[in-house]
Design a protein around this ligand. Structure first.
Ligand code: MN
Length: 190
């Protein structure tokens, strides 16, 4: 497994996510999960499997590190430079409106799931085989792919994702993330 390259400069997401946070989050935290997994995989049945299959089939330390790599790969590649009035378009926007009533209602529900997740984990928007959308909380390294869902969008609520910039203010961090979502990337996963 190799560390993904960020598709933007370290300061591109500032002030929503600072260069310092991004540098630690990608260069230290994600790098550590990659190093851990590469140390654990040799000689196991998972050694030559794609990352998604490792996450679907493993448990214990392999699952924790593989899950965190998959989660962060989806997380880091969903961002772009801050935009005012940033919102989805096309079929994904229609599905959000249809299921949640409006984009504003969806955002409020998503933020609430992130704010109320106790401890470390992730909040996810995913789609099932019928195209129905789901917002779920996943503890620790969890990913809805393990229940047959297709992950579309995720907010990392581990403290390492926001503590340098927001300290204990997780809700403020989550509310700010909407400005840097690349909805074209999210829609392409739908
Ligand atoms: Mn993280």
């Amino acid at each position: 497994m190799t560390l993904i390259q960020l598709p933007y400069a370290l300061d591109a997401l500032s002030p929503v996510i600072s260069a310092e946070t991004l540098s630690f989050h990608h260069g230290k935290h994600l790098q550590a999960y990659v190093n851990n997994l590469n140390a654990l995989l040799p000689g196991t049945p998972f050694e030559h499997l794609p990352l998604e299959d490792i996450v679907r089939q493993s448990d214990g330390g392999i699952f924790n590190n593989a899950g965190q790599i998959l989660n962060h790969n989806l997380y880091f590649t969903q961002f772009t430079a801050p935009k005012a009035a940033n919102h989805p378009t096309g079929p994904l926007a229609q599905a959000i409106d249809q299921q949640f009533g409006s984009f504003e209602t969806f955002k409020a529900e998503f933020e609430k799931k992130g704010t109320t997740l106790f401890g470390s984990g992730w909040v996810w928007l995913s789609a099932d085989k019928d195209g129905k959308l789901h917002i779920t909380q996943e503890p620790n390294a969890g990913n809805p792919i393990t229940r047959g869902l297709t992950p579309l969008l995720t907010f990392d609520v581990w403290e390492h994702a926001y503590y340098l910039d927001y300290q204990n203010r997780r809700p403020a961090h989550l509310a700010a993330l909407w400005d840097i979502i690349d909805w074209d990337v999210v829609a392409s996963r739908f």
